[in-house]
Ligand binder design. Structure first.
Ligand code: HEM
Length: 503
């Protein structure tokens, strides 16, 4: 009797425990079912039943290595389709060009739920929300993209060359100073400043003049990017108190960007109300995409901030990193540096203002920039959810999996590029065969980069001016490794000594 009483007394405690245990068992059975469903697909051994391959990623991150090198290694070992697991998620690494074309060129496969919904918030603070990069719902995305398109039309972009020139000149002033003083220049941070200066001016009509002044924005962007990596790759990160100070900083950085967005949007709205002459820039389009002022909801306002942050980050980081990698490779290849400089001299000579016609003639510089993105695709890939069964490279992929496409992987596979680690801009010579769905640094299809032409115009103006006026040497002893901050950047920061050109 006493035993029975004790058992009854303990029941309120035992019951929830049983429920949790049963739920856990049910979850394990579900994972087992998924393993059985997808285990005909080749892939690396799973180190953990529940966590799948995630311990491998955590180890890579701990060593500050590149997770994309693992993807490349697996594509080399297991072929054009390989499978990785994480909890109840099944991710299929795809390097088959035909499937890349079919899946990315179609709008029937939504962006991957696991990744893109995680970028809605960073540790509870709204981040990219439902903005252009992260919107998964086709209608919601299409409405925004259609409104944003005019700010990226070739006609509109051609009118921006003057601003690109003017902002790039500020970087040239800074480099002149460094050449005069003989001080070392951290090129990544200078490119970050100029790219942010350009996007702030061109997209939002704001004068930051960052090359001259210190600003909290580059650091805030970096914190958000670092936060993103943890949110996406380590689901347990927020549970460890030692990470809380970092999380706090990420939240603050995110808030700074959104608050800045709110201020700039309000200032622009006031200018609109006052009948001032306003540019048809990205900020105007962002405001338009939110609808009429009278019927604007709280969510519409949040959506404007989502897109503000989206453009602030997407419009800066990737281009700055591309220019830094480009400088790193030119510094390592004096013969290519000489060749591209010869072209710059022939096309722009001593001119300060580079015009659209000049940009069209800088073909070798374009090739150098394209080759830079083959080895260093600064936004290394994208992913889609499969809503229907597919057959990829003869392997049946049941619906429900996520397909991951990595331009980093395909760009470095011998199957697609001979001697893949060699930096060779002639791969992109107009007479060379075009890479077939194995080179997509701006993604492909309807969700491809909206800012591709913008970015490449900007990179060409900045690099052409720099090559026109300066000589540089990479500071010896620096690493040429890649740092993974969600986007890829040169780990060293590309320190250089800058000199005025003598010839
Ligand atoms: C070298 C520079 C750049 C690279 C390598 C790059 C790469 C990419 C990639 C790979 C995507 C697809 C992302 C995904 O699927 O998750 C993307 C999307 C996007 N990028 Fe870029 N980007 C660059 C510069 C820019 C610039 C300068 C802007 C704006 C001024 C921009 C705006 C966007 C937007 C709005 C999207 C989302 C498009 C959509 O889904 O409709 N990007 N970019």
């Amino acid at each position: 009797m006493a035993i029975l009483n004790a058992l009854w007394g303990g029941l309120p405690l035992l019951l929830p425990l049983c429920v949790v245990l049963l739920a856990f068992l049910g979850y394990c059975l579900y994972i087992k079912y998924l393993h059985l469903k997808y285990d005909h697909i080749p892939g690396p051994p799973r180190p953990s039943f529940i966590l799948g391959h995630s311990p491998i990623f955590l180890d890579v991150m701990k060593k500050d290595e590149l997770v994309h090198d693992k993807f490349r290694e697996w594509a080399e070992t297991y072929g054009p389709v390989y499978k990785i697991n994480f909890l109840h998620y099944v991710i299929i690494g795809v390097s088959c060009p035909h499937a890349t074309k079919e899946i990315l060129m179609s709008s029937k496969h939504p962006k991957d739920k696991f990744l893109y919904t995680r970028l809605f918030n960073l540790f509870g603070q709204r981040f990219l929300g439902n903005g252009l990069v992260t919107a998964r719902n086709h209608e919601q995305w299409y409405k925004q993209r259609r409104i944003m398109d005019p700010a990226f039309s070739s006609l509109y972009l051609r009118g921006l060359t003057g601003t690109f020139n003017e902002r790039a000149e500020k970087l040239m002033d800074k480099l002149t100073e460094q050449a005069d003083n003989g001080t070392e220049a951290n090129m990544l941070s200078l490119f970050n400043y100029v790219a942010l200066d350009i996007i702030a001016k061109v997209a939002f009509g704001a004068d930051l003049d960052l090359v001259k002044y210190t600003s909290p924005f580059p650091k805030a962007i970096e914190m958000c990017m670092r936060g993103m990596v943890h949110v996406v790759r380590d689901v347990t990160f927020a549970y460890f108190p030692k990470n809380w100070p970092f999380i706090d900083e990420v939240r603050k950085a995110c808030r700074l960007l959104r608050e800045t967005g709110a201020q700039w949007i309000n200032a622009r709205k006031a200018a609109m109300h006052n009948g001032e002459d306003i540019p048809k820039d990205i900020l105007t389009q962002i405001i338009k995409s939110a609808g009429q002022e009278e019927s604007m909801t709280k969510e519409d306002e949040e959506l404007m901030l989502d897109n503000f942050v989206t453009f602030f980050i997407a419009g800066q980081e990737t281009t700055a990193n591309q220019m830094a990698f480009c400088m790193m490779e030119l510094g390592r290849h004096p013969e290519l540096l000489q060749k591209v400089r010869k072209e710059v001299d022939e096309v722009i000579g001593m001119k300060r203002e580079i015009n659209n016609e000049d940009l069209g003639k800088l073909n070798y510089l374009s090739q150098v920039l394209q080759e830079t993105l083959r080895l260093y695709p600064t936004a290394p890939g994208t992913s889609r959810d499969l809503l229907e069964d597919e057959v990829i490279s003869g392997i049946h992929i049941p619906a429900g999996a996520t397909c991951m496409f990595s331009s980093y992987t395909t760009g470095r596979l011998e199957t697609f590029f001979k001697d893949p680690l060699k930096f060779d801009p002639d791969r992109f010579h107009p007479d060379a065969p075009k890479p077939y769905y194995c080179y997509y640094p701006f993604a492909l299809g309807p969700r491809s980069c909206l800012g591709k032409n913008f970015a490449q115009m900007e990179a060409k103006v900045v690099m052409a001016k720099l090559l026109q006026r300066f000589d540089f040497t990479l500071v010896p002893g620096q690493t040429f490794a890649i740092k993974d901050t969600g986007s890829l950047r040169p780990m060293s920061g590309v320190p250089c000594t800058i000199r005025h050109r003598q010839n």
